[in-house]
Design a protein around this ligand. Structure first.
Ligand code: CP3
Length: 349
């Protein structure tokens, strides 16, 4: 990996070089949820698999869909096809994806008793399909672009496990937070250990960068964020820290915490579109690379408007290394795939 970094910048390494804030030949770009329902070839493979979890559990099919956006567009990184909810599923919560509703757990965690029964799922047995997929994908990529491994943050996984699925009000997890903070601390403990083991298994299998999705960090008031989300993010980045394994932390909606986040030892921070990249850069003082942050809805605009918006994002970051272009959140299922080509060309051009 150090050798890869030191080669001249090209498609095979510009993403890794930008994460390390090294000069690049052109700004690298990849897109959150780049393997997904907006691609007809994804929908075909998903149909063949029968369900989303079957797709995740088959290393061959997970590899097939990971490669689809890489083959179609000039993207600069691949991301493992999987989901953040494999860990709670491996803990026995019974994950199901209900059509049109999103993820559902058959056994949400609603008591201190249920929390104390949770164990770290073994990434070499229960979750073996994930490192197996990483190995299969690395072989298929054959060095074309680097592969990103990922996991959810302990706080974000706790939200899904306690709520039982997507939530608007987060009533169960917030009640737990204020009424039984010690029980929540124990839940975050077992999740932090699980995420660390899971990410290390992905790195051992060949993942070349790691990303932690703290998708629900932004629902916390500042004091609660500093108590229940930030510490596990900091512990994870510290325990994963290796020169040859860059870590990206995406704490969505937590822009007020960018100065603190820039000190936890992450190589890069994911940025949503509610802050300008210039302002995010001033808040983090070039201590970290920044990944983002075009509004995903820009892909609904005309091709000309989309090109202008891409230029605006590049200009807002400004001069100097350390920018990885991405959307501020995942691509939506009804986007015209040709718009992704327009965006990638605009960023590289
Ligand atoms: O980015 C990629 O291409 C890699 C794959 C990936 C998926 N999920 C595939 C997926 C990644 C990195 C994730 C992360 C993930 N999963 C997050 C964090 C990022 C974020 O969005 O904030 C979260 C919160 C989840 C949980 C999850 N998975 C939800 C809420 C849903 C339903 C919402 C939806 O878009 O339908 C999923 C399902 C899911 N994960 C799909 C994909 C491609 C769609 C499922 C399908 O094919 O039917």
């Amino acid at each position: 990996m150090i050798e890869l970094l030191n080669q001249p910048s090209g498609r095979h390494n510009r993403f890794l070089r930008a994460l390390k804030r090294m000069p690049v030949d052109t700004t690298p770009i990849w897109i959150m949820r780049q393997a997904g329902r907006y691609l007809p070839e994804y929908r075909a493979t998903r149909e063949k698999a029968g369900s989303f979890m079957n797709l995740c559990r088959s290393p061959e099919l997970a590899c097939e869909v990971t490669m689809q956006p890489i083959d179609r567009f000039d993207l600069d990184a691949a991301i493992l096809f999987s989901d953040i909810l494999t860990i709670p599923d491996g803990m026995g919560l019974g994950l199901d994806f209900v059509e049109g509703e999103g993820p559902r757990f058959a056994h949400p965690v609603r008591s201190a008793h249920a929390i104390d029964a949770l164990r770290v799922p073994d990434p070499q047995t229960t979750l073996r399909y994930v490192p197996d997929a990483v190995r299969t994908i690395r072989k298929a990529l054959d060095g074309r672009v680097p592969l990103i491994g990922f996991a959810g943050s302990p706080w974000t996984l706790a939200c899904y496990m306690v709520e039982g699925g997507p939530s608007e009000r987060f009533a169960y997890i917030k009640r737990l937070m204020w009424d039984q903070p010690d029980a929540l601390a124990r839940l975050l403990r077992v999740l932090t250990d699980s995420v660390r083991e899971y990410l290390l298994a992905q790195a051992d299998a060949g993942a070349q960068a790691l990303m932690i999705f703290d998708s629900w960090g932004g629902i916390l008031a500042p004091e609660d964020y500093r108590r229940f989300s930030l510490p596990s993010l900091a512990e994870l980045t510290a325990s994963l820290r290796r020169d040859d394994l860059p870590v990206i932390v995406f704490s969505r909606g937590a822009n007020t915490h960018l100065p603190e986040l820039s000190h936890i030892g992450a190589d890069a921070l994911g940025i949503d579109w509610s802050i300008g990249l210039g302002e995010a850069r001033r808040a983090t003082q070039d201590r970290v690379a920044l990944q983002g942050n075009l509004d995903p809805a820009a892909l609904y605009a005309s091709a000309d408007a989309l090109r202008c918006l891409a230029k605006r994002t590049l200009a807002d970051y400004g001069d100097g290394p350390g920018h990885i272009f991405n959307l501020g959140h995942g691509i939506t299922p009804d986007v015209n795939p040709e718009q992704v080509r327009v965006l990638v060309d605009a960023v590289h051009g």
